[in-house]
Design a protein around this ligand. Structure first.
Ligand code: 6PG
Length: 471
């Protein structure tokens, strides 16, 4: 049997995806630029139906036609380099798939370029980390629909399955749509992480709980509406002690400098480009950036005064309010993320199906959570929903929890514990529900110094005020 699909790139994600596909009954061709890696995968898994090749040409020729080739290489230049190596050996109708965390505009460009040579190009988001790749990721493929149909049976088998058995993969749209949705997924991932981290910080530094106590709280929260992969791993992380010998919690020994590989930043940059208010993800990116200024923060902590007063609260009550603030803020973040996808769909001419997107995030991916079912339901009820907040379920949560968020934000500010995520969540909520914002004054300022003109609320047209005339 000729391999039905090939995987290029045998780093951990590529290797695990190849093993995943093989486990669903396929023969998989594998190739890596450094042959020893390919050899090792084969020797570590002698019983698997893996067909190694040591030149690109042999690899391509080993495949069933039309060929299906999945690239799992570093995003950016390495992806272009692999495409350039593959291209001379490909035939019209072959399907090239990029499963990396690629910037969607690169995918749009590659899709158009390869289309000129008759090669189909699919850019797919693959979420779920190493284990997800092996056991079933959530996948967000975009590209030619006919090409997707050629890989759909494999993708549907390899993807994670939601509780109702539905595979966590669906055709997202043409060209860069899949990688775009993965970028939003990652932005939302940043937001979720930031909100959990702020909750932890409040429990630790405002409420004064121990790491063990906080671990228990997260485990408890994970049994309710916050039930999610990220809350689950957070509870686990907080139970872990130093692996190098001391009996300290490992979190206390991990340097507080947040890394990033850029996908959250792309979401924010794109939101700014499209004019979408996406404050929560952006605050999460900034939270990572300020965390990196460790030396400056340490120096500042010695000279800048902290709040003088003490905050007082009932412990159990405040813990529950933090939980509510976390859930409320998470909803604001998703409302913004889905809003951004709505604007993007128009801008890039993609027919994004928001309910389907929420569905494929229910399992496999990093942001998987019980509440994605509520989002799915909301879009099932109304596919044209303007904003998640307007759905009855979410409206009701906002109604029930908004006072808690206000209390927590107030307390945190008084206690001097930073809560950029929570604060932006409640500000977004208050802005969104305001019939009137002070942009009237802004327009007056712009018109005053720059004659930028303004509209009026009481009549049609564009106006300029005679600011420099006496009245
Ligand atoms: C996923 C993750 C994955 C990766 C992130 C990490 O969906 O499986 O999003 O793609 O772990 O890109 O991003 P940062 O390094 O920027 O936090």
């Amino acid at each position: 049997d000729k391999p039905q699909i090939g995987v290029v790139g045998m780093a951990v994600m590529g290797k695990n995806l190849a093993l995943n596909i093989e486990s669903r009954g396929y023969t998989v061709a594998i190739y890596n630029r450094t042959g020893s890696k390919t050899e090792k995968v084969v020797s570590d898994h002698p019983e698997k139906h893996l067909v190694p090749s040591y030149t690109i040409e042999d690899f391509v020729n080993s495949l069933e036609k039309p060929r299906r080739i999945m690239m799992m290489v570093k995003a950016g230049k390495p992806t272009d380099a692999v495409i350039a190596e593959l291209l001379p050996h490909l035939d019209k109708g072959d399907v090239l798939i990029d499963g990396g965390n690629t910037f969607f505009e690169d995918t749009m460009r590659r899709n158009a370029e390869l289309d000129n040579s008759g090669i189909n190009f699919i850019g797919t988001g693959v979420s779920g980390g190493e284990l997800g790749a092996l056991e079933g990721p959530s996948m967000m493929p975009g590209g030619q629909k006919e090409a997707y149909d050629l890989v759909a049976p494999i993708f549907e088998k390899m993807a994670a399955k939601a509780e109702d058995g539905a595979p966590c993969v669906t055709y997202i749209g043409p060209n860069g749509a899949g990688h775009y949705v993965k970028m939003i997924h990652n932005g939302i991932e940043y937001g979720d992480e930031e909100l959990i981290d702020e909750s932890y910080n409040l429990l630790r530094n405002m409420v004064g709980l121990s790491v063990d106590e906080i671990a228990d709280i997260f485990s408890e929260w994970n049994k309710g509406e916050l039930d999610s992969y990220l809350i689950d791993i957070t509870a686990d992380i907080l139970t872990r002690k130093d692996d190098l010998g001391s009996d300290k919690p490992i979190v206390d020994l991990i340097m507080d400098k947040g890394g990033n590989k850029g996908t959250g930043k792309w979401s924010s940059q794109n939101a700014l480009e499209l004019g979408v208010p996406q404050s929560l993800i952006t605050e999460s990116v900034y939270a990572r950036y300020i965390s990196v200024l460790k030396d400056e923060r340490v120096a500042a902590s010695k000279v800048l005064p902290k709040p003088e007063g003490k905050v007082s609260f009932d412990k159990d009550e405040v813990i529950e309010k933090i939980r509510q603030a976390l859930y409320f803020s998470k909803i604001m973040s998703y409302a913004q993320g889905f809003e951004q996808m709505k604007v993007a769909a128009k801008h890039y001419d993609w027919d994004l199906q928001f309910g389907e997107i929420a569905k494929i995030w229910r399992a496999g991916c990093i942001i998987r959570a019980r509440f994605l079912q509520n989002i799915t339901d909301a879009f099932d009820k109304d596919p044209e929903l303007d904003n998640l907040l307007l759905d009855d379920y979410f409206k009701d949560i906002a109604k029930k929890y908004q006072e808690s968020v206000r209390d927590i934000v107030g307390l945190a500010v008084k206690a001097g514990v930073p809560i950029p995520g929570f604060a932006s969540a409640i500000s977004y909520y208050d802005s969104y529900r305001s019939a009137v914002l002070p942009a009237n004054l802004l327009q007056a300022q712009r018109d005053y110094f720059g004659a930028h003109t303004y509209e009026r609320v009481d009549r049609e047209g564009t106006y300029h005020f005679p600011w420099y005339e006496e009245q």
